[in-house]
Design a protein. Structure first.
Length: 351
């Protein structure tokens, strides 16, 4: 009688391949969601929004899984049939993630120019005044800031910073919006140099939902609108408010606007909120992305920059070109869980 072993082996291998196809398709779906959530409009969806905040750590975890799978894949034909497609999908995911990180920029500080028309901006979420006024004022003076955006900073500390800057020859007007006097984190303070003209805070445009945003407009209409932004973070209970905050901020980013602060969102989260391919939020473009720093983490301070989330930013409309930018790593031990961000904006030729 003829042997039945080969058919059974073929049947067994076909079963393994079918299982491998199912696992591969599951891996492919996960890779698309984590690597290109914009394809399915999931970049601001619950769970996905949290997962994509840290691209490099996710890619490192995926690499570890891939290496573990390679051992049986290389050692066994059956394992290769079951796990081969999954391993290949993970490899492509890791490579594409690396390509995205490189494309956005792994860190390339750009020193500011000496243009008298430029505006130097410092943004730093201080975690409820944690670094103290001397440290913040020293940094603002060091970078020559004309605008200082300070989420989670009280008016009292803002006044102290302005006084110390004034003593150093850099006076500042202080504008603060506070939601709850008992919690320092619910204040946002904006300092503006008198050299930029007189500014006043407007409150008729609305506000972010939980943490305050300050909108200052030039009194005589000559100059950019300056916005100190602080949308709520995308925690599970705040997803609806977070989405609404980002959409509202996108509406504020219109003609001749500079917006800076803690956006509690990465470039992935902002996808779909720009008015065209050159903008990321309303009509505003991101200074970090424009200078090759879009993958440099600003939170949490103290961890390697590429492992963090790039959520603190400076943005501006087309009237401005980015002529300087840096995520400042030297203040990692200053007390805040955020890194300060410096940007220099200069009137663009097209503006």
């Amino acid at each position: 009688m003829p042997s039945t072993s080969p058919p059974r082996r073929r049947s067994s291998l076909a079963g393994h391949r079918a299982a491998g196809l199912v696992l591969g398709l599951i891996a492919l779906a996960a890779a698309v969601v984590l690597g290109w959530p914009q394809l399915l409009d999931l970049q601001r969806a619950p769970l996905v929004a949290q997962a994509i905040s840290f691209r490099l750590p996710v890619a490192i975890g995926a690499t570890a899984i891939m290496l573990l799978l390679l051992i049986p894949v290389l050692a066994s034909r059956k394992a290769r049939a079951v796990l081969g497609m999954t391993t290949l999908v993970i490899a492509v995911f890791v490579a594409s993630t690396a390509a995205v990180l490189v494309d956005r920029g792994l860190g390339s500080p750009v020193a500011g120019s000496d243009s008298p028309e430029s505006i130097d901006i410092l943004s730093w979420n201080t975690r409820g005044d944690a670094p103290g006024s001397p440290s913040i004022a020293e940094l603002a003076i060091e970078v020559g800031a004309d605008v200082v955006v300070l989420p989670e900073t009280t008016e009292e500390l803002g006044v102290e910073i302005a006084a110390q800057m004034s003593e150093a020859g850099s006076p500042m007007w202080v504008h603060t919006h506070t939601v709850d006097e008992d919690y320092k984190a619910t204040s946002t303070t904006l300092l503006i140099s008198p050299d930029l003209g007189d500014y006043e805070v407007v409150t008729d445009r609305g506000d972010t939902s939980t943490l305050p945003t300050v909108i200052a407009v030039p009194v005589d209409g000559d100059g950019p609108t300056i916005i100190a932004a602080h949308p709520v973070s995308p925690t599970p209970g705040n997803m609806s408010a977070w989405n609404a905050d980002l959409e509202w901020l996108a509406q504020q980013c219109s003609s001749n606007t500079i917006m800076a602060g803690d956006f509690n969102s990465t470039l992935d989260h902002l996808s779909g909120l720009g008015v065209d391919d050159s903008s990321q939020l309303g009509a505003c473009a991101d200074a970090a992305l424009a200078t090759g720093n879009g993958s440099v983490g600003t939170w949490t301070a103290g961890v390697p920059p590429l492992l963090g989330a790039n959520i603190d930013r400076v943005m501006a409309t087309g009237e401005w070109s980015v002529t300087g930018f840096e995520v400042l790593l030297s203040r990692d031990m200053a007390g805040s869980d955020h890194r300060p961000v410096f940007a220099q904006l200069t009137p663009s030729a097209s503006g």
